[in-house]
Design a protein around this ligand. Structure first.
Ligand SMILES: Cc1ncc(COP(=O)(O)O)c(C=O)c1O
Length: 402
């Protein structure tokens, strides 16, 4: 007999139990990886029932997969959304959503320091198809209000926290502005926060997107992305995915489901470790400035404290005293973090944005978008905070012996 599962409302319980039956085929406790490119119908009557929506039945692999569907239901449960659609990467989720939703003549308002590839997509692909955009500073909400063009603006896009300065936009106020303009939707990328720290739908957002590659999967071993929102919007997006072809692989979906089970406990450790590392760095003479929303010195600490009730996340950015070479020497001297892009996994990763994500830009171009040569970004993992701090301390002493 199949037991039904009470999934509760706690994020800890939803992470483990959300979106899945109590047990699976062959009485397995864990989700099966269903490898199939197509699905077999028992009869022509079943085909009729499938197309009339009377039975839940697979049709073809590009339109759906049972392992992928469980990942989607778990993500929707965690976000408090009606539904979710999974993609093979965060960028594929964002670009498919935007292409499915927008048409020539539409206009987007985006807070300026969103993920650079999302901005690039607006500036290149969407502009080519006649979709216009305005960028506004994340802390100037009256500029955001003014940028909305009645009748043309379809979407406000923002991110919380942003990368690398971890700015926290006031989602409640942005949602209030949106409500003044019928027909405008609010899409929020909370990749760095996860639903453990912030659930934008509760603040009035319409669409939530994530790179699941980061904290949601959490182990630096899989690429995935998700869009969460209301049922009709997600049904349209699912259709668009079937046409564009960005269907995630069931193995990747399984890794994501497995990672999600420990999301709430991992985030607790990321929060604690990052808060300790940020406090250590702020007290260090060799460090010029630290950016961590949990520190009272962060420009958005008050907003973060209001919106993020379960911690401030695992990302810490800082300026080391000196220039590009000093920062590079520090990065090379530290031994515990991996020198790698990305974030949100159990392993601590470190990068110097000037020499990684923004390598192709000149120092002047980097300065223009606020990427300092001496900026370091740490994705603090779940190793022992003392070990991390000892390693950072040793590396700082090598760069600045005092
Ligand atoms: C905030 C944010 N959104 C979206 C993406 C894109 O995700 P993916 O790398 O999974 O395509 C990233 C990647 O770094 C990101 O940081």
């Amino acid at each position: 007999m199949t037991k039904s599962s009470d999934q509760g409302t706690s994020l800890h319980t939803l992470a483990v139990r959300g979106g899945e039956p109590h047990s699976h085929g062959y009485d397995a406790v864990t989700v099966p990886i269903v490898c199939t490119a197509t699905y077999s119908f028992a009869s022509s009557a079943d085909i009729h029932a499938h197309f009339r929506g009377e039975i839940e039945h697979g049709e073809y692999g590009r339109y759906g997969n049972p392992t992928v569907r469980i990942a989607e239901r778990k993500l929707a449960a965690l976000e408090g959304a009606e539904d979710a659609v999974l993609f093979p990467s965060g960028m594929n989720a964002i670009t498919t959503m935007l292409l499915a939703m927008l048409k020539p003549g539409d206009h987007i308002v985006m807070t300026g320091d969103c993920y650079r590839r999302t901005r690039q997509f607006l500036k290149t692909t969407l502009a080519k198809f006649g979709v216009r955009h305005s960028f506004v500073p994340p802390d100037d909400l009256s500029a955001l209000d003014r940028a909305i063009e009645p009748g043309a603006t379809r979407l406000i896009i923002t991110e919380a926290p942003t990368n690398p300065y971890l700015r926290i936009v006031d989602l409640e106020r942005i949602a209030e502005i949106k409500h003044k303009h019928p027909g405008v939707k609010l899409m929020v990328d909370t990749t760095l926060a996860t639903p453990v720290l912030c659930r934008p739908l509760e603040f009035g957002a319409d669409i939530v997107v994530h790179s699941c590659t980061k904290y949601l999967a959490g182990h630096n071993d899989v690429l995935a992305g998700v869009v969460c929102g209301d049922g009709p919007l997600m049904a349209g997006l699912r259709d668009a995915r079937g046409v564009f072809g960005g269907m995630p692989d069931p193995h990747g979906a399984y890794l994501l489901i497995r990672g999600l089970k420990t999301l709430a406990v991992r985030m607790k450790q990321h929060n604690e470790n990052a808060a300790r590392v940020a406090a250590f760095l702020e007290a260090e003479p060799a460090v010029e400035r630290v950016y961590y929303p949990g520190l009272p010195s962060h420009p958005d600490h008050t907003t973060a404290s209001r919106l993020f009730t379960r911690g401030y996340g695992g990302m810490v950015s800082f300026h080391i005293r000196g220039g590009l070479e000093d920062a590079a020497r520090f990065v090379d001297a530290s031994t515990l973090p991996n020198l790698a892009p990305s974030m949100g996994g159990v392993e601590t990763l470190m990068e110097q944005p000037a020499l990684m994500s923004f390598y192709e830009l000149s120092p002047e171009q980097r300065a223009e978008i606020g990427i300092a040569e001496n900026l370091i970004r740490l994705s603090v993992g779940i190793e022992d905070a003392e070990d991390l701090i000892a390693d950072l301390h040793r590396a700082l002493r090598q760069v600045s012996p005092t």
